[in-house]
Design a binder for this molecule. Structure first.
Ligand code: SAH
Length: 252
């Protein structure tokens, strides 16, 4: 018996990994993050599978379900939205499973920042503009280490992907404008890959007013940076004068 932490992806079941689909279809006991995992993904579970929404459970209750499953020798699928390694709180679950001698593995998933980039049809890196992507969040109940406050990260002018922060968009735009400039593009993708996906694009100066008209406070990914622009220097990757190991016969 083991617990399998499975990435449920951003919502669209077609974005599940083949492995996740196989595991879900043969699952007997699933603990899922109900607020974020799409019902269309949960629909893959067999009718007879036990389903537990972790939104209603405290950590000891989740672990107790795993302990019971061990007694019955059935695997538990612990379904997390996106990729389990990002804001998944899997560490604390793994620590408890270690204490009980219950084994586990992780199946990665498509993260919401990737689904949001796809929805925006954008590349998050940009030659000479941003060669770094920062996945972060603003502080909420979970405080941030001071050196990772947005104000500090903004000094890098890297592409920023902000999780769990849609309710603070006004503050975010104001803070970032100081470093990225008021004209810097920002996009908010609500429920990327869901049927009701919404995209709001603007600049750090305009986004707050655009968002005020909509009622979007959660399940949204905020992406900021000049990489969202189209008029960026071209990449050396397909430059005819640039040879690299993968492109045989390219001119020197
Ligand atoms: N592990 C997840 C993140 C969980 S934290 C992942 O890899 O995506 C929850 C936050 O993720 C939300 O507040 C939101 O910022 C983001 N999120 C999750 N699903 C999303 C989706 N379909 N569209 C946009 N943002 C999403």
């Amino acid at each position: 018996m083991k617990v399998i932490f499975v990435g449920a992806g951003p919502g669209d079941p077609d974005l599940l990994t083949v492995k996740a689909v196989r595991l879900l279809k043969s699952c007997r006991c699933c603990i899922y993050a109900g607020s974020l995992v799409s019902p269309r993904v949960l629909a893959l579970l067999p009718a007879g599978a036990e389903k537990h929404d972790s939104a209603a459970l405290a950590l000891p209750e989740i672990i107790e379900l795993c302990r019971q499953a061990k007694k019955r020798n059935i695997n538990v699928i612990r379904l997390h939205s996106g990729d389990p390694s990002i804001y998944g709180a899997i560490r604390e679950q793994m620590n408890e499973l270690d204490k009980l001698g219950i084994g586990y593995e992780v199946v990665p998933g498509v993260s919401s920042f990737q689904a949001a980039a796809a929805a925006l049809r954008t590349e998050l890196t940009a030659p000479e503009v941003s060669q770094t992507i920062i996945l972060t969040r603003t502080s909420g109940r979970t405080p941030l280490p001071p050196e990772q406050e947005l104000e500090r990260l903004a000094q890098t002018r890297a592409t920023l992907c902000l999780f769990l922060s849609a309710a603070k968009l006004d503050d975010i735009a104001r803070t970032l404008a100081k470093h990225y400039g008021r004209a810097c593009p920002i996009a908010v993708v609500y429920r990327a890959s869901w049927p009701d996906q919404k995209i709001v694009r603007g600049t750090l100066a305009s986004i707050a007013a655009k968002m005020a008209k909509l009622d979007i406070h959660k399940t949204a990914m905020i992406i900021v940076g000049r990489a969202l622009e189209r008029d960026i220097p071209v990449s050396k990757l397909y430059d005819a004068a640039f040879t690299h190991g993968c492109r045989k016969g390219a001119r020197k």
